[in-house]
Design a protein around this ligand. Structure first.
Ligand code: GDP
Ligand code: ZN
Length: 348
């Protein structure tokens, strides 16, 4: 599997000071070692954004020494994607003063990873966000028309990554979302509704406290409007954008982390303008099933390799449904599970 870095360009890494090496004495026959100093003085910071090979890293988060640092990636990390949300190990000048440049020598093991592939069969993946624990899916009640399949794909991507999904339906002043929302009744999914002039800023905000929440949604659904309401000063471009050139959307052309602050506490909003959908080529069906705890317990009696789809023979879930053991709520959940499993059925 090949990894691409998020920004897709490496050329600026050529400025990386780690490139300046002391040439080994050609007469010495000691083999060159790839090992480097342990850098026990590395400090861990939060990557807030990436721009042309330069990383914005927050150090000393929540302390009086909190500061923003610009950092480059060490040369040996060329093949390691470093993305928004990563906990980076930084050495070098960490003052954050103008003109200084820190160096990222590694990243802390991620708790979650949101990826996309170019399409479902493309094995080349892009890492989008690291360490998020929630995903807020933004969909409009109208303009653009909501598509349940698209939301399903977001949900699958979130559940596969072990990220808790939340849903907000915007523009409920334009249409009633009740029918659309019925599709998601069988899921453990917190749903917010939002209308012009009636944004549920406090409700959504309280769900953000203590979490790192990645916002996803198709262009035009009102995601930037929502982010700006939640994070004053975020300055995410809203309104008319040229889908092809992306012009007019200058301030939201990359994935960034923004701090949500309220009297109840703080959290991180990770806005992802470039992500219209997720390829699901890498999804593990077990991760989807695991999100349906009580169904996963029943599925332990399934034959090996069971797809759990509605046409699967000897599937313990289908048997439980046929025997009336699931009840109406359980049936709705099984339907939701099977719909999500069908979202990437070609993988099974
Ligand atoms: P984004 O592409 O998802 O970031 O969407 P924007 O935040 O740029 O919003 C797209 C358009 O929808 C803008 O013209 C907003 O003013 C409009 N909009 C956002 N929220 C609402 C809403 O709740 N109701 C209505 N009627 N329009 C909205
Ligand atoms: Zn089964």
């Amino acid at each position: 599997m090949s990894w691409l870095d998020d920004d897709g360009d490496d050329e600026l890494d050529d400025f990386d000071e780690s490139r300046i090496r002391v040439r080994p004495n050609p007469k010495a026959n000691r083999p060159r070692t790839k090992r480097r100093p342990a850098h026990s003085d590395a400090e861990i910071g939060r990557v807030l954004g990436v721009d042309r090979g330069r990383y914005q890293v927050l150090l000393g988060e929540g302390t009086p020494e909190e500061r923003m640092l610009t950092a480059a990636r060490a040369r040996e990390l060329r093949r390691t994607p470093i993305v928004t949300g990563d906990a980076a190990r930084v050495v070098g000048d960490r003052s954050g003063e103008d003109g200084t440049l820190g160096r990222i020598i590694g990243i802390v093991e991620r708790t979650s990873l949101l990826r996309r592939s170019a399409d479902d069969t493309d094995q080349v993946e892009r890492v989008i966000v690291a360490n998020a624990d929630q995903m807020l899916v933004v969909v409009a009640a109208a303009d653009p028309e909501p598509r349940e399949r698209l939301v399903d794909r977001y949900l699958v991507a979130a559940l596969d990554a072990g990220i808790r999904p939340l849903l907000v339906v915007t523009k409920t002043d334009l249409a009633d979302p009740a029918e659309f929302l019925r599709h998601f009744e069988g899921l453990d999914l917190r749903v917010f509704t939002s209308a012009r002039g009636e944004m549920p800023v406090e409700e959504i905000g309280s769900a953000l406290v203590g979490h790192s929440t990645v916002f996803v949604g198709h262009s035009g659904v009102g995601k930037s409007t929502l982010v700006n309401a939640l994070v004053p000063g975020a300055g995410r471009a809203t309104g008319h954008v040229n889908e092809v050139t992306g012009r007019g959307r200058h301030t939201s052309s990359s994935t960034v982390s923004l701090r949500y602050v309220s009297p109840a506490g703080s959290g991180w909003v990770i806005d992802t303008p470039g992500v219209r959908s997720f390829g699901l080529g890498h999804v593990d069906p077990q991760n989807i099933l695991a999100a349906f705890t009580e169904l996963a317990a029943i599925a332990e009696d399934c034959p090996r390799g069971c797809t759990h789809r509605s046409d699967a023979e000897d599937c313990a879930l289908n048997e439980a449904a046929a025997d009336g053991r699931l009840g109406p709520a359980g049936l709705a959940r099984l339907e939701s599970l099977q719909r999500l499993l069908a979202t990437f059925a070609d993988k099974l």
